[in-house]
Design a protein around this ligand. Structure first.
Ligand code: HEM
Length: 429
């Protein structure tokens, strides 16, 4: 009887192995026939694919935006680094191009991703963005006076540190920073890191997820639920605390990004406009053209999101190529903003490129610059906080340059990047 049980198990395993081999062989030898409507279509060129896994290996290479950039330089892959194509992608196909990606993201409302990246087609899609618009953003959109400069100085006075970003994030979303003492800030930092690392997995899931879902396998479900639940718990706790202490006075911290090279010129400009005794305010920005150019150039060379994603809800034509329905398209903002065909000396930090005088002859050049400058994405799902973001970063950098003396260890600031889907400095200042 015992011998029979062992044989049965072996038999079962053998059948599984046989089924799996058949699946692999059929995927290798019998390529799926093109859907009838795709047969005479001019599909975009693609790099060579590997049997069974297709292009999955390309998604797994690190960092994604750099490997895609290399790929688009090496082969004829349709790469959206060409301004007229970008315009078509972001603007001409508004209806069939909502933004973000697929069910794994949208089925878990409270994960850090879906928090801001909901599909507009979902009933809760836009409304779920609402928590992001409270306090500062809300005031800014209503054109109420927001003393962003004062906010920044309060932040600066407290701490210049990496943690500053977490507090700035919380302050924008919740109108308050989270506490360092009871570990809340660490918890949030941990959650942010986890949700950012999930973005990469979402990309993989959007490539192979549908097939696996048919087989009853849901990718990354457990991880998403875990992060989701932790967000819920933390947000509940913060909301409760705020309800209990509505007037609690808040300290503020700072977003810190600093590019050292043009420091002297920047300081001279700020001192000539603002003076040595006053502090920089939002109203000064219009006279600080070099500061604005430094911020733009920083975001061009080091975009926070090196890739943005679009999903075709309907088939459409872009640049003469047919893009089938449900295609996930990755727009490499990093490569677009370093494309040698669009930018002179693309890898150099040259804020002056954004200081084109407003003469008639430069109109075309400005339009070209605008089309290829996409640190905030573009189109219908472009960043709604781009103005606030620029003000915030501008005043943060301006205040830091104005109020502090800076020196660096060694000869240069190490600008090596870390992260895939959201970039940060690998060696923070
Ligand atoms: C320097 C600061 C910022 C940068 C670099 C940035 C960048 C981006 C990028 C690249 C996207 C994706 C756009 C696309 O897919 O085309 C995005 C989306 C978004 N951003 Fe920002 N952002 C910044 C600040 C802000 C601020 C201050 C807020 C709100 C107060 C905000 C709210 C959002 C929201 C809600 C979305 C999702 C839009 C949608 O899916 O329709 N961002 N941001």
């Amino acid at each position: 009887m015992a011998a029979f049980t062992v044989d049965f198990q072996l038999c079962f395993i053998a059948i599984l192995v046989w089924l799996f081999s058949c699946f692999c062989l059929s995927a290798f030898f019998f390529k799926k026939r093109k859907e009838p409507e795709l047969q005479d279509c001019n599909l975009p060129p693609s790099p060579p694919s590997v049997p069974v896994i297709g292009h999955l290996h390309l998604l797994l290479s690190v960092p994604v935006h750099k490997s895609f950039q290399k790929l688009s330089l090496q082969s004829m892959v349709l790469s959206f680094t060409f301004a007229p194509l970008l315009a078509q992608l972001f603007w001409s196909h508004r209806a069939p191009w909502p933004n973000e990606v697929h069910e794994e993201t949208t089925s878990h409302k409270s994960s850090g991703l879906s928090f801001s990246r909901a599909d507009t087609a979902h009933p809760w899609g836009r409304t779920y963005d609402i928590p992001c618009y409270v306090t500062l953003f809300d005031k800014a959109t209503k054109k109420e006076a927001v003393d962003v400069g004062k906010e920044m100085i309060n932040l600066t006075n407290n701490t210049i540190c990496r943690q500053g970003r977490t507090h700035a994030f919380m302050r924008m979303i919740m109108g308050s920073k989270c506490s360092e003492e009871n570990g809340e800030a660490d918890q949030l930092r941990d959650l942010l890191t986890k949700s950012l690392s999930l973005v990469r997995k979402f990309l993989i899931a959007s490539t192979v997820g549908r097939l696996l879902k048919k087989l009853g396998i849901s990718l990354f479900e457990k991880e998403i639920m875990e992060v989701s639940q932790k967000y819920d718990e933390l947000l509940e706790k913060i909301i409760k605390e705020r309800e209990d202490n509505p007037n609690k006075k808040e300290d503020r911290y700072l977003i810190d990004v600093l590019l050292e090279k043009m420091l002297k010129r920047l300081r001279e400009e700020i001192e000539s406009v603002v003076g040595k005794t006053k502090l920089i305010q939002e109203i000064d920005r219009s006279n600080l053209s070099y500061l604005l150019a430094v911020v733009k150039e920083g975001l061009r060379l080091h975009p926070h999101s090196p890739i943005v994603v679009r999903n075709a809800t309907e088939g459409c034509k872009i640049g003469g190529f047919y893009i089938p329905q449900n295609t996930t398209m990755i727009i490499n903002t990093y490569a677009v903003m370093r494309d040698p065909d669009s930018w002179e000396e693309p890898d150099e930090f040259q804020p002056e490129r954004f200081m084109v005088p407003p003469s008639k002859g430069n109109k075309e050049m400005r339009e070209q610059l605008d089309l290829n400058y996409i640190p905030f994405g573009s189109g219908r799902r472009g960043c709604p906080g781009s103005n606030l973001g620029s003000i915030f970063v501008g005043l943060a950098i301006g205040t830091m340059v104005h109020c502090f003396d800076w020196s660096i260890d060694g000869e240069k600031v190490n600008m090596e990047e870390a992260g895939d889907v959201n970039l940060s400095m690998a060696h923070p200042l």
